[in-house]
Design a binder for this molecule. Structure first.
Ligand code: ZN
Length: 422
């Protein structure tokens, strides 16, 4: 267990952006014997384990050679954060600052008074360079209470346009953001064509609590599930039954879930169906055989679930309490904000029972709008039975979230069991 948790903590630490997360997953697949193939390359026929990576998304598959369906583990690589605007350099009152844009549903207060690093990707005529600068570079200082006397009555009110630009140097520093990117990538300034750069918290992931049985880290939503799904597909590589498995095991980690999944690398796009159809074609399937395989297939969408918060018990459905370190969570929503239903939940519960993993069930309150996941998008795109599951956490969408040590093992075991028996 402790090895698995350490492995998760290092996965998160080296994955400050979706692009890094996809590359981190790829590194773990490489170590387990998977081979990278470019999107433009043909998929080799017969048995084999491959992946293709596209920016912040990665799709991997392990084909035993005689499969007639797919079992897909899906998750997302992106997390809400602050991203650097294109015209980044701004000045105010003698400070040099970077202009930021809010990505997804950020808990904005959690980004204040933290030392932030920068990471992202930079393009030039011959390709793309990823960089990860872990130094404390930026800070968004909160206004002193003496200058905001109403904060006690009104709470903190942040204007995302006016109050979020971090400071990064003092008057007199004439270096530009583009110059910084040139330093980070080794590229001449005038050869940089475009970039996607985001801020992240430089504080490392840790275990905490009286008994060390909880985890505090950035991006638990949803790098915990990305990690567990990657771990699950690499674990089954070593199974003796690997060659006779009837389902092609698929790992699909998508970008852009936090902004609705509608993109070329998102779950609502054509990336996954295109790859699945090409895998089928490489096995000699025609279109009808592929569609028949989809009708036998199964998707598990893994994304974090809300544990019951001790200070806000009234925000939770009272008959569906979720506890940390008490098992993986099946998420149900009658309005299909989660894809689960009785039929899709059943194989997952059987897989958990086979692996001795406890299961909890989450239902959102009727009087609060429910969040969503990649589950409904994937289910609609493929027409495949899909269940939404995940590990419980608190502080979802904070810069620093928390979850339970035991649930890392619960989720990983459950997902590996799905690949073995579903
Ligand atoms: Zn999520």
């Amino acid at each position: 267990m402790s090895d698995l948790v350490d492995s998760l903590l290092s996965f998160i630490e080296v994955s400050p952006t979706p692009y890094h997360c996809a590359r981190t997953a790829a590194g773990r697949l490489d170590a387990a014997g998977f081979t990278e193939i470019a999107a433009t390359e043909s998929i080799p026929p017969g048995a084999g384990s491959y992946y293709r990576i596209d920016g912040g998304s990665i799709i991997a598959w392990s084909h035993g050679g005689s499969a007639n369906r797919f079992t897909v583990l899906g998750a997302h690589t992106d997390s809400p954060n602050l991203r650097i605007r294109v015209n980044a350099d701004i000045q105010s009152a003698g400070w040099n600052q970077l202009g930021v844009e809010v990505y997804g549903g950020v808990l904005l207060n959690s980004w204040l008074d933290r030392e932030l690093g920068l990471a992202g990707r930079v393009t030039y005529a011959d390709g793309t360079i990823l960089f990860h600068d872990n130094r404390p570079l930026l800070r968004i200082p909160q206004l002193a209470i003496h200058l905001d006397r109403k904060i006690r009555e009104n709470g903190l009110k942040l204007d995302p346009q006016a109050h979020l630009n971090p400071v990064w140097s003092l008057e007199g520093d004439t270096g530009s953001f583009l110059g910084y990117l040139a330093e980070q990538t080794g590229l001449p300034v005038d050869s940089i064509l475009a970039w996607d750069v985001m801020a992240f918290d430089t504080q490392k992931p840790v275990r905490f609590g009286r008994n060390g049985d909880m985890i505090a880290a950035a991006r638990i939503d949803n790098q915990l599930s990305s990690f567990a799904a990657t771990e699950a597909i690499t674990q089954i590589q070593h199974d003796p039954i690997g060659e006779s498995r009837e389902a092609i095991a698929v790992l699909a980690l998508f970008d852009h879930e936090e902004v609705g999944s509608q993109s070329s690398t998102g779950a609502a796009g054509a990336a996954l169906p295109n790859v699945l159809e090409r895998i089928g074609a490489s096995a000699g399937w025609d279109r009808t055989t592929y569609l028949e395989a989809l009708s036998r297939s199964y998707v598990v969408s893994a994304d974090c679930a809300h544990a019951t918060h001790p200070n806000y018990v009234d925000r939770h459905e009272p008959d569906h309490r979720i506890a940390i370190n008490s098992g993986v969570v099946v998420k149900r929503n009658a309005n299909q904000r989660y894809a689960s239903d009785a039929l899709s939940e059943t194989p997952f519960r059987m897989a958990c029972a086979a692996a001795d993993v406890p299961v909890q069930t989450y239902v959102h309150r009727n009087d609060l709008p429910c969040g969503s996941t990649i589950g409904p998008a994937t289910a609609a795109e493929l027409g495949v039975r899909t269940v939404d599951v995940g590990a419980p956490q608190l502080a979802m969408h904070s810069i620093r979230e928390m979850c339970g040590v035991e649930d890392v093992g619960h989720l990983t075991k459950a997902l590996a069991s799905v690949l073995r028996i579903a």
